[in-house]
Design a binder for this molecule. Sequence first.
Ligand code: GLN
Length: 468
Amino acid sequence: MSRWPAIDELAADVKSGKIKAVELVKQSLKAISDNQEFDAIISTLEGRALDRAAQIDKQPAGRLAGVPFIAKDNFLTLGGKTTAASNILRPFEAPYQATAIEKLEAEGAICVAKANLDAFAHGSSTENSDWFVTKNPHDKTRVPGGSSGGSAAAVILDMAPFALGTDTGGSIRLPASFVGAVGVKPTYGRVSRSGVVAMASSTDVIGPLTKTATDAALVLDVMSGRDELDSTTIEKAEASYTDLDFDWSGKKIGVIKEYMQEGLDAGVKAVIEGSIEKLKSAGAAVEEVSLPSLPLALAVYYIVCPAEVSSNLSRYDGQRYGYSAKDAKNLDESYELSREEGFGAEAKRRIMIGTYVLSSGYYDAYYKKAQTVRTKIINEFSEAFSKFDFLVGPISPTPAFKIGEKTADPLKMYLNDIMTVAANMSGNPAISVPAGLAGNLPVGLQIIAPMASDHQMLAAAKAFEDLG
Ligand code: GLN
């Protein structure tokens, strides 16, 4: 397993002719085939990737010239299938590519493979994949986190210098923390969602998984910005995210009280407390801060998210995309059978819950109430950021858990997301940066930043890495 150099160096070497894009793609494909036992990858785009590499070698250009990457299999890509790890999309070939993929390709990057995920990104472990469970590179009996578990494992297994994930309730940050990668959940609207299989449209974001904050900043810089195909995208104020100059001294840091309480694994707690000490030694002013509504964020998320999921999944009806039941006798039966056979248990559970909380009679009791509390969460974050530059805490109550440990009880699985969902409810940018080990398992520090402060957050993450 050979490590990749920094992404900007790699692109510079391709442009100077020192290395060939074709060789990089082959290196990536070899790492994928050497590490099949981890089940991180659903499919490769070998043909298209090698063709693009040969093209790029003729005229190397772009900030990511010849750099291979891996996309979670819920990004629409050309040259292969896009399945979202679900049976219902098993035969689906995308007719166009996600804007994020287009932007990366325009700078010379090459999508080499599609990574495993919980089907439709519903989950925290990749155990809801209709394909297979990805294994944690640090311990094969444990999950890599989810839903972007394949992307996270791929980065640690050096299958590519970066991978893409989506984060609706923590799906980039949780696996990043569980495998020891950097995982960025940008501000809502920072990266276009066009061409990404929708989960919960009011919280879905797209972001990179990398080994370093510097690499993540470059990839996010290329992907971000307004897109006329996604009306929720926001303008990027800064010219670039790649200048990561930062000094912790004088910065005000709030440690989220509600995330440091009982139930937190002792090993995780020790790593986070150690990180806080490092920030203090670097000159930051650190204080505890309480956001009293945060413990409610999980309940809010598991109402709002299924509500949006139930609506977004209605398009898979056996007529327009992917799987269509063969034995149906009429149209209604075709809808029913295609969905019955095509969706897994978790998708069905979310469709049921979502339909229930949106139905008349229950709408006021659940959905409306959840949205009211969501507003409280947003207000508490913005009040906290009037006093603090960043908020910090753990990503999850435990390090990577055992495969099968939580599959019998969906509620147990949902509880993993207790520290990540709030930033999705509010839209704030948040990142997981490797912070240490609990036993032999990685633990990430979560840094949450004010709205649209993705650049400062990346600079802070790099400065945290530099503290060693
Ligand atoms: N684990 C969360 C869920 O199951 C978040 C998933 C995600 O961010 N895509 O909904």
